[in-house]
Design a protein around this ligand. Sequence first.
Ligand code: PAF
Length: 282
Amino acid sequence: MTAPIVRSLSELRGMTQDWVRAGERIGVVPTMGALHDGHLSLVAAAEKICTRVIVTIFVNPRQFNNSEDLANYPRTEHEDARKLERFAVDAIYVPDGDQMYPGGFATTVSVSGLTEVMDGVYRPGHFEGVATVVAKLFAQSSASDAFFGEKDYQQLQVVRRMARDLDIPITVHGCPTIREIDGLAMSSRNLLLSDRARVNAPLLFEQMEEIAEGVVAGGDFAALRTAAVKRLEAANFTKIDYLEMRAADDLALLNASMRPTRLFAAAWLAGVRLIDNIAVGG
Ligand code: PAF
């Protein structure tokens, strides 16, 4: 089924008003396009429990703290629409910058606490951009359910907090990270990896698994971390922004796995910043 591409909010509202009136369950899958199997797993999850599904594609300038990164972000609308054909998608919402941020736009949604660590430190302003655009997409889509990947786990927790704090009547579903056969977490940014860098990229996940297994077996996190960093550096990872264990709910820093814990990493390989996270134990 080819879903209609909707470029204006008024057109989207025209559709969703009827659906809301008919008591339909509307699911929204917010994306920045360059769709891969990770995104498609979110669409499949939405399709399962919702009667209407909206996929949004908007490369949100407000969440990029680096103009080169924004310019290089892959844009593949035609292929994206084709990949969605096998799903029961009712609308692909592709607003332009003026639709999303008309002249005079002056509001920023800011979530404290959760955004003050990891990517909040390394990408200043990123989560304000995410929270603002996601709040708008929730309002614009009239969705009852929203689907996000655990690949961006910090983002997922920020979005959950934002929806709860602003009393937005939406259920935020976190869906498991989808990986390539060699373990690399699927990401639109993987398209930017050179062939050579792509060969080394799965080492990040491998080393994270080694740390997590070591911690569960009673090993010392700091020592396991040091060994992993050495191996990553030997494989041309140039900079590790962070490689740390945190509580799964409030993202508090941990040295041992005492409560539901995740291991988070952000690392640079040949000019591409890879992020990943996995559960430690359970
Ligand atoms: O995860 C993403 O692709 C983006 O951060 C999101 C949630 C679509 C907001 O622009």
